[in-house]
Ligand binder design. Structure first.
Ligand code: FEO
Length: 396
């Protein structure tokens, strides 16, 4: 068995990255990441996307092994973000006759990033490219999933979609390549984390793309990151549909900042009171130590967010402010929201949290808990129970 063969004539030639610690310089990679690329071996040969350039040497070896002496006729560029395009210059040197296929926006970026403007082929929505040998491709534009030039390529003979970033996950491909060949447990959370961090702002374009692709019979999805999806396509589509509709599952994310532990005690008291009311699942994050990508993932996943902050120099605690900025940047249109906060001489945090929720137009029926100076059970437990009770009532 050739493990690289996805379908007859379609071979996996991507690479694993277990070295980079922050994707886009921002997002942690505890399970690494794969940069996926595929060869289509018809009478003509097409390569689907490339990989991050520091893996160019092993990428080339993967390609040469599958080509077995043939050359590349076309490079299809579905997405220009450099994790997929930065080996284009190297490939052009090795395969100078290779024609680069993209749409008008792709080709403009190709010139801007790599100074390549010759031997290109511009495609429009719905155009097709016949490779012969029982393989062809049709191109469909999916702008803002996750950049404006993004398109997907569909091979009707094998009902296979090359989906660019869509349906991708963090996590390397350890041994296997398709979803029946790899251990899947961690990929579901990594898919949500990838979506929330990378694509999360673009729910509306993702919904449009899902509607467009819904008309195609699809048996295999070849994303640019993570496993090739076959058996699990219904689950993958369901996760993407939910995330891009910002439809949270029932559950609470409680995220707080705390300098000396007083606001943290409020957080724990509220979490305990929520659990006592039967609310769950509950995930509590200290924003000074949490991996922010996990917090974003869970805010996308669950329908209720409770945020706590001390007043810090008359403002929100900086890590809390950072979370709110990231949430606002992702245009999350609906969440249940409650807040709590503290101050020593003049309160500002609670007012700012309430103003944020108002600006987001979120559901905010609960009254906040605001604490002056230090935590004491006698002074604070009742108001924490009251807030938990209001949250529980809101979720009923
Ligand atoms: Fe995997 Fe938007 O690049």
């Amino acid at each position: 068995m050739n493990i690289s063969e996805i379908k007859p004539g379609i071979r996996y030639v991507g690479v694993n990255d277990r070295t980079t610690t922050r994707f886009e310089g921002l997002w942690s990679l505890p399970y690494g990441v794969s940069y996926n690329s595929y060869l289509l071996l018809g009478d003509k040969v097409a390569l689907m996307d490339t990989v991050e350039e520091s893996f160019g040497s092993r990428f080339l070896q993967n390609i040469e092994r599958e080509l077995d002496g043939r050359t590349i006729d076309y490079l299809i560029v579905n997405h220009m973000e450099p994790d997929h395009s930065s080996s284009v210059q190297m490939l052009r040197r090795v395969y100078p006759d290779m024609r680069i296929v993209g749409n008008a926006k792709t080709l403009q970026m190709l010139a801007g990033y790599y100074g390549i403007a010759d031997n290109t082929l511009e495609v429009k929505e719905g155009d097709t490219l016949d490779l012969g040998g029982g393989l062809s491709l049709a191109f469909y534009f999916a702008p803002m999933v996750h950049w404006p030039e993004v398109m997907v390529s569909y091979c009707p003979e094998h009902r296979t979609l090359f989906s660019a970033d869509a349906f991708g996950t963090f996590g390397t491909l350890d041994g296997g390549i398709t979803d029946s060949q790899v251990r899947l447990d961690h990929y579901w959370d990594e898919m949500r984390r990838y979506y929330a961090c990378i694509v999360g702002k673009y729910g509306v374009p993702v919904q449009k793309a899902l509607a467009k692709l819904g008309t195609l019979p699809i048996e295999t999805i070849c994303s640019t990151h993570g496993p090739v999806w076959q058996r699990e396509i219904p689950r993958v589509l369901d996760i993407y549909d939910r995330l891009s509709r910002y439809a949270g599952e029932r559950g609470v994310v409680l995220a707080y900042g705390s300098m000396y532990g007083n606001t943290e005690q409020l957080a724990d008291e509220i979490a305990r009171a929520l659990a006592a009311q039967g609310v769950g699942p509950i995930t509590v994050y200290n924003l000074s130590t949490a991996d922010i990508s996990h917090v974003l993932r869970d805010v996308f996943r669950y329908d209720t967010l409770i945020v706590g902050s001390p007043t810090y120099n008359g403002e929100l605690f900086p890590e809390v402010e950072g979370l709110l900025q990231k949430l606002a940047a992702r245009n999350i249109p609906q969440r249940n929201f409650a807040c709590f906060g503290s101050y020593t001489w003049a309160g500002a945090a609670v007012k700012k949290l309430q103003a944020f929720a108002e600006q987001m137009k979120w559901n905010t029926p609960c009254s906040a808990v605001e604490m002056k100076q230090g935590y004491s059970h006698a002074a604070c437990a009742e108001s924490c129970r009251r807030l938990a009770g209001e949250v529980a009532a809101m979720l009923k």
